[in-house]
Design a protein around this ligand. Structure first.
Ligand SMILES: *[C@@H]1O[C@H](CO)[C@@H](O)[C@H](O)[C@H]1NC(C)=O
Ligand SMILES: *[C@@H]1O[C@H](CO)[C@@H](O)[C@H](O)[C@H]1NC(C)=O
Length: 236
């Protein structure tokens, strides 16, 4: 449903004065308002907006102290603002929303390092994409495992100072084999790299089984240098 911004502003005007304290967390209604205002302002450029962070935009300390020393039961604290971090059209944006006037006070593209945190939706999407990927299914079958007993879990790929261009997660998998403890049997050597915004598996790797056996033999013989060299081959 798309409502004109002015209508939303009028509707939510003066919702906040009933708040008890300026640092109170956002109410469910306020979170909903923030979502609606941001969606309306960006719906023209992109229908898909993901929210990665929504919280109170904390007022300056001296404003809060002034309010505390005033007749605070009768004077509502103004303004009431929220800050949000969203992904829209492949960009990260940081917004400040004024909840009293129902307007966006600031809206900036974030150009710094890193990406906003992943959402649960993105994690679940990465799991679904991995389990559906035909090459991954083949790898599992080649190892004689039952695909319906495989659980995959996404991990962030980490950040090592490089310019982050894509939002990707690394997916590793476990074999439940009829139990509820997914951690007991990690499926070694198979990892997938999933782009959660392009909705696709970018790459997968399968460290060959015979190499694992070779490494095991080297470990048992305590041959450190040979192991180190073999691992170099494994990661190339
Ligand atoms: C928006 O999301 C839908 C559903 O996930 C998808 O089909 C569509 O391609 C997306 N549109 C854009 C512009 O990313
Ligand atoms: C799965 O469980 C069965 C029965 O406990 C066991 O024989 C088999 O080795 C297990 N498979 C794997 C891959 O762990």
């Amino acid at each position: 449903m798309i409502l004109p911004l002015s209508l939303v502003s009028a509707f939510f005007l003066f919702i906040s004065p009933s708040l008890c304290h300026p640092l109170d967390p956002l109410t469910p209604q306020e979170i909903h308002t923030v979502k609606l205002i941001i969606q309306i302002s960006h719906s023209a450029s992109s229908p898909n907006i993901t929210f990665h962070y929504v919280d109170v935009d904390e007022p300056e300390k001296h404003h809060v102290l002034k309010w505390l020393s005033s007749n605070r039961h009768r004077t509502p604290f103004l303004p009431r603002r929220a800050k949000a971090v969203v992904r829209v059209g492949g960009e990260t944006r940081e917004l400040i929303v004024d909840l009293i006037t129902g307007s966006i006070v600031s809206d900036q593209v974030y150009k710094g390092y890193g990406c906003p945190p992943f959402t649960f939706d993105e994690f679940f999407k990465a799991i679904r994409l991995s389990l559906k990927h035909p090459s991954f299914q083949n790898l599992i079958l080649r190892r004689g495992l039952d695909l319906s007993e495989v659980t995959c879990l996404p991990l962030t790929v980490g950040w090592f100072g490089e310019a982050a261009k894509r939002r990707v997660v690394k997916v590793t998998c476990f074999y439940r084999n009829g139990t509820s403890n997914i951690w007991a049997r990690p499926i070694q050597g198979i990892t997938l790299l999933v782009d959660v915004e392009e909705n696709r598996v970018l790459s997968y790797s399968d460290r060959p089984r015979d190499l694992c056996l070779k490494l095991k033999a080297l470990i048992s013989k305590g041959r450190g240098l040979a192991l180190f060299l073999a691992m170099g081959t494994a990661t190339r």
